[in-house]
Structures are given as structure tokens and as C-alpha cells.
Design a protein around this ligand. Structure first.
Ligand code: GRF
Length: 202
């Protein structure tokens, strides 16, 4: 069994998409064994608990970033987690975290990176007037939405009337792309060459 930890700070719809995929067997041997949040009342934690999952808050308030990360790492390591999926986890990871799970931390971002990194990517795309945006699953490094890209999906947004319409459209795609990308990483051979994630390298 491949043990996955999910980290969230909010509603947790991407975590739920991963959990449903795992329940359907779409992730092969992988199972979410631990859900962690830096936010005590994150709705995603409640969702996880209602599904019978081990879901805990490790609040970051008053802690240095590296200290908070080391507490998160301790909890993940105690649960023997192999892979970490960030699902709306609103914190940059420090080297303490990234080095504890080399090339085993994934994130989903609601734009076609490297366009519109950071907060409110959907609003950035709408305000910019982009006709196409989308979502990106990438390996996580210490930077902001900067790690090697695993998968992307495009979403047409030229006719949207508001940033929230953009978010809604992209979110649907996120829920498909994230489990697919994770399944691919788990089931296929791959390596990182420079910035490129190369599947089935010869
Ligand atoms: C998603 O748009 C995700 O791409 C971004 O944060 C949002 C989290 O939403 N990183 P949810 O908590 O998964 O519903």
C-alpha cells in the first residue's frame, strides 16, 4: 500500500476528489491515511473526519515556519506517509519539509503555470483578460508554485462574467486532473530532468 497524506487549509474539495478516486480504486494501491491542516476549523478536516479518516490540525500561530513544518513532518512520518498531496494548503514549505519528502510532495494550482502563480490565480487570469487558463499539478519545491510540472489541463474562460465563474470552471477540471496526475506518478516510471518530468525514461 502507498500511504498518502493530504494537507489543506480550507474547504478541501481537492482532498475529497483524491479520496473518492482512492475509494474507486483509481489510485491503485494508494490510500489517504492522514489529513492535516494548519487551520483548526478548516471545513476540509470535518469532511475527512466524517469519512472516518485521521484528520488533525497543527496550528501555525506563534511558530516559526520551520518549526511548524517539522511538526507536520513528524506527524506524516509517524503515519508512515510516502506521498504528500497539498490540497489548498496555504503555506509555503520550508526546506525542512521539502527535504523530508524529496520529489514526493505534489500541489495543484488553479492556473496554467508559469502564468499567474500565487494567490487568487483565477482572478488574476480574469482581470488580465486571458481567454484560456486551467490548472497545473506540480512537484513542490521551496518556491511559490515553482516546482516541476506533472500535468496541466486547459479551460476556456473567454466568456466568463466574473472571477468566481472562472474558479468554478477550473475547479471542475482540478478534481479530474489531480487524481489522474497522482495515479500516473504512482503507476508509471518517471524522472525529473532539469525542470522536466519525463515519464517512462529510457
Ligand atoms: C484550489 O483552487 C487549488 O487549486 C488551490 O486552492 C484551492 C483549494 O480548494 N491550491 P479546495 O480546498 O481543494 O476546495
Amino acid at each position: 500500500m502507498i500511504r498518502v497524506g493530504a494537507l489543506l487549509s480550507g474547504r478541501g474539495s481537492n482532498f475529497l476528489a483524491l479520496q473518492r478516486a482512492a475509494e474507486r480504486g483509481d489510485l491503485g494501491e494508494a490510500k489517504i491515511v492522514l489529513v492535516l491542516s494548519n487551520v483548526e476549523d478548516a471545513p476540509g478536516l470535518e469532511k475527512a473526519r466524517s469519512l472516518g479518516l485521521d484528520a488533525r490540525a497543527i496550528p501555525h500561530r506563534g511558530l516559526k515556519r520551520a518549526k511548524h513544518d517539522s511538526l507536520m513532518v513528524d506527524a506524516l512520518k509517524s503515519a508512515n506517509v510516502d506521498w504528500v498531496c497539498l490540497a489548498g494548503y496555504m503555506r509555503l514549505l520550508t526546506p525542512v519539509f521539502v527535504e523530508a519528502f524529496p520529489q514526493r510532495v505534489l500541489n495543484i494550482h488553479p492556473s496554467l503555470l508559469p502564468a499567474f502563480p500565487g494567490l487568487h490565480a483565477q482572478e488574476q487570469a480574469w482581470t488580465y483578460g486571458a481567454r484560456i487558463s486551467g490548472c497545473t499539478v506540480h512537484l513542490v519545491d521551496e518556491g511559490m508554485d515553482s516546482g516541476p510540472i506533472v500535468a496541466q489541463a486547459a479551460v476556456a474562460i473567454g466568456d466568463t462574467k466574473s472571477p468566481s465563474e472562472v474558479s468554478e470552471r477550473i475547479l471542475k477540471k482540478e478534481h479530474e486532473l489531480y487524481p489522474q496526475a497522482l495515479a500516473r506518478l504512482l503507476n508509471e516510471g518517471w524522472s525529473v530532468e532539469g525542470r522536466r518530468v519525463v515519464f517512462n525514461p529510457s
